[in-house]
Design a binder for this molecule. Structure first.
Ligand SMILES: NC(=O)C1=CN([C@@H]2O[C@H](COP(=O)(O)OP(=O)(O)OC[C@H]3O[C@@H](n4cnc5c(N)ncnc54)[C@H](O)[C@@H]3O)[C@@H](O)[C@H]2O)[C@@H](O)CC1
Ligand SMILES: [K+]
Length: 505
C-alpha cells in the first residue's frame, strides 16, 4: 500500500471531491465522522472532552467533531486558538454550524490557555497536513501546556506541529499524543522511531479517498499490509518434492556463537527451504547435528572460525551468511572469496556486514542485483557513515541501494526495505518483544529460505520481514513481550505462514 506525502494527500482530497461531485465541507464532515466514530469507541461520554482547534481544515475537523460529540452527549469544551481572521472556508462554515449551547472559548494570548487536570481527555485539532512552518508563539505555548498537563491527547490526522514527511525543525513545538487518528492512510512520520513520543499509538480511519487517485499517483514509499503479504505467499504444488524449494547454504557460527547459526538454520527450515546445508567451524559440528537434525553440516578446516567456502559451492541456490561469524582475519578472507566468486543470491547479515563495511574493496565487490543486506541501524551506519536523523537514514538507504544495486532490510520497529530502484517499503508487523538477541538471525534464515524457494529478492524481503514480525505478534499472545525469545519467534512461524495462506475474503 502506498504512503502519500502531505502534498499528495491534498491532491487526493481535491481529486475525490471532483470525482464524487461533493464539496470540501462534505469531505470534512465525512472525515470528522470517521474520527468521532473511533473516538466514541475509545472514550465514554462521562468525561469532559477538551477540543483545541487551529485555523485550518484540521481545526475544521475539530469543530465538526465537537458538534458530533456534543450531539452524542459528551461534555465538550471547545477552544479556538489564535488569529481566526484567515481561517479556512470550511472552518468558518463549521463554526457557523455549532449549536447555540456549544459556545467556544477563544485563546488569543497565553493567559487564556486553560490549565488541565492530569488524564483530561483532549482532542488536538490545531494543525494537520497543512503545517508549513515550525510551530512557535501562542500555538507553541498551547502545545507546551497540553504536553505538560499529563492530559490524554488524541490528535486528529497528525500530532500538531509534526511535519508529515520531512524533518521538523528543532525550534518547532510538537504535540505528544497518546493516539493519532490518521485519515485514509498512515503518514511517513508515523513510521520513524524518532517520532514515537509524538505520534503515540496510531490508527487509520477510512474516509473514502479516491482509490483511482491512490492507485495512479507516483510514490516511492509503501507500507506492507497483510493483504500484500498474502498475495506474495506461493501455495505449494501437489506434485512437489524438496528439490523444488531450493538448497540453501548457511555460512554461520563461530566459537561461543553457534547459537546464532542454530537460530538462522531453524528459521530457514521453518521458512520452507527444501534442503539446508550449514558450513561452520569444527566446534559447531556436534551442536548443529544435535540442534538441527534436518540440516546437513559441513565442517571448516578451522576449529573456531569460518575460514573457507565449501568445494561444491555452485550447487546451492542461495547463500545466507553473517550470524555468529565474528570478524577474524580468516573469516574476512572467506567473505572476500564469497563476494568474488558466488553466482547465486546472497543474504548478508551481522558480522558479514561488519566485515564488508570495514573495507571499501569488499563493498565494491558486492555483486549487483544479487544481494540482500539485513543490517540493524548500527550496522547500517558502519556501511554508510553516521546519520543525522531518521529522514537522513532513509536518504542513505535509497542512495546505498541505488549505488550498490542491492536490497537492504534496515531493521527497526518498522523495518524499512530499500530496493535498487529507489523504493522504500515499511513493515507493519512486529513488537517490542523482538528487541532481544537472535531475532535478526531468525530473519536471515527466513529470507534465505524464501530466496531459495525462488521468490524474487524484493518478494523475499517483503514477505520475510512481514512474516518474521507476524510470528512475533502471534508469540506475544502466548509468551508476552518481556519473555519473548528468538526461539519463540521461530516456534510461531508455522502459525504465521498458516495465517497468510488462508484464502482471502
Ligand atoms: N482538504 C480536505 O478536503 C480535507 C482536509 N482534512 C483535514 O484538513 C487538514 C489539512 O488542512 P489544511 O490544509 O487547512 O491545513 P492545517 O489545518 O493543517 O493548517 C493550515 C493552517 O495553519 C496555518 N499554519 C500552518 N503552519 C502554521 C504554523 N506553524 N503556525 C501557525 N499557523 C500555521 C496555515 O496558514 C493555515 O491557515 C488535514 O490534516 C485534515 O485534518 C479533512 O477534513 C479531510 C478533507
Ligand atoms: K492535529
Amino acid at each position: 500500500m502506498k504512503l502519500l506525502t502531505a502534498a499528495q494527500t491534498r491532491e487526493a482530497d481535491a481529486f475525490t471531491i471532483k470525482e464524487e461531485g461533493i464539496t470540501s465541507t462534505d469531505l470534512m464532515e465525512r472525515a470528522a465522522k470517521a474520527f468521532t466514530c473511533w473516538f466514541e469507541n475509545k472514550f465514554q461520554p462521562t468525561e469532559e472532552v477538551h477540543i483545541f482547534c487551529g485555523p485550518g481544515n484540521n481545526g475544521g475537523d475539530g469543530l465538526v467533531a465537537a458538534r458530533l460529540l456534543h450531539e452524542r452527549n459528551y461534555h465538550v469544551k471547545l477552544y479556538l486558538v489564535g488569529d481566526l481572521a484567515n481561517a479556512s472556508d470550511d472552518f468558518k462554515v463549521n463554526q457557523e454550524r455549532l449549536p447555540q449551547d456549544l459556545k467556544p472559548q477563544f485563546i488569543q494570548q497565553e493567559t487564556e490557555i486553560p490549565q488541565l487536570q492530569q488524564k483530561t481527555c483532549v482532542i488536538d485539532a490545531l494543525f494537520g497536513t497543512g503545517l508549513n512552518r515550525p510551530v512557535i508563539g501562542l500555538y507553541a505555548q498551547v502545545i507546551s501546556i497540553l504536553n505538560d498537563s499529563g492530559a490524554c491527547i488524541t490528535s486528529v490526522d497528525m500530532p500538531s506541529g509534526l511535519y508529515t514527511d520531512s524533518q521538523t525543525p528543532d525550534e518547532g513545538a510538537i504535540i505528544k499524543a497518546a493516539y493519532t487518528i490518521s485519515f485514509e492512510l498512515p503518514k511517513l512520520a508515523f513510521l520513524l522511531p524518532q517520532h514515537e513520543q509524538y505520534v503515540g499509538k496510531w490508527h487509520v480511519v477510512k474516509i473514502g479517498l479516491s482509490q483511482q487517485f491512490i492507485s495512479e499517483v507516483e510514490t516511492g514509499l509503501y507500507f506492507i499490509t497483510q493483504q500484500d503479504a498474502q498475495h506474495l505467499v506461493k501455495p505449494r504444488k501437489k506434485f512437489s518434492h524438496k528439490g523444488l524449494y531450493g538448497h540453501a547454504l548457511l555460512l554461520c557460527g563461530g566459537f561461543g556463537k553457534m547459537g546464532a547459526a542454530v537460530l538462522a538454520a531453524r528459521a530457514c527450515l521453518r521458512g520452507g527451504v527444501g534442503l539446508l546445508t550449514i558450513q561452520a567451524p569444527q566446534v559447531g559440528y556436534t551442536v548443529l547435528q544435535t540442534a538441527v537434525p534436518e540440516a546437513m553440516t559441513l565442517t571448516d578446516k578451522n576449529r573456531k572460525h569460518l575460514s573457507e567456502l565449501p568445494n561444491e559451492i555452485t550447487k546451492f541456490d542461495v547463500i545466507g551468511t553473517g550470524p555468529g561469524l565474528g570478524t577474524e582475519r580468516v573469516t574476512k578472507t572467506a567473505i572476500g572469496q564469497l563476494l568474488a566468486t558466488a553466482q547465486q543470491p546472497l543474504v548478508i547479515d551481522a558480522d558479514a556486514i561488519n566485515i564488508i563495511a570495514g573495507s571499501e574493496k569488499l563493498k565494491a565487490q558486492l555483486p549487483k542485483n544479487k544481494v540482500i543486506l539485513t543490517p540493524h541501524p548500527k550496522e547500517f551506519e558502519r556501511l554508510v557513515g553516521k546519520v543525522k536523523n531518521d529522514y537522513d537514514r532513509l536518504q542513505h538507504l535509497r542512495e546505498f541501494c541505488a549505488e550498490y544495486q542491492c536490497y537492504v532490510t534496515l531493521k527497526g520497529s518498522h523495518t524499512a526495505i530499500g530496493t535498487p530502484e529507489g523504493k522504500v517499503y515499511f513493515n507493519t508487523t512486529g513488537n517490542s518483544g523482538m528487541a532481544t538477541g537472535g531475532t535478526g538471525d531468525v530473519l536471515t534464515g527466513i529470507i534465505t529460505a524464501l530466496v531459495g524457494q525462488q521468490y524474487t529478492l524484493e518478494e523475499a524481503c517483503l514477505l520475510g520481514v512481514y512474516v518474521h514480525g507476524l510470528s512475533a505478534d502471534l508469540a506475544l499472545h502466548t509468551v508476552g513481550a518481556i519473555s519473548m525469545t528468538a526461539s519463540d519467534v521461530i516456534d510461531h512461524l508455522p502459525k504465521a505462514f498458516l495465517h497468510l495462506s488462508q484464502p482471502m475474503p
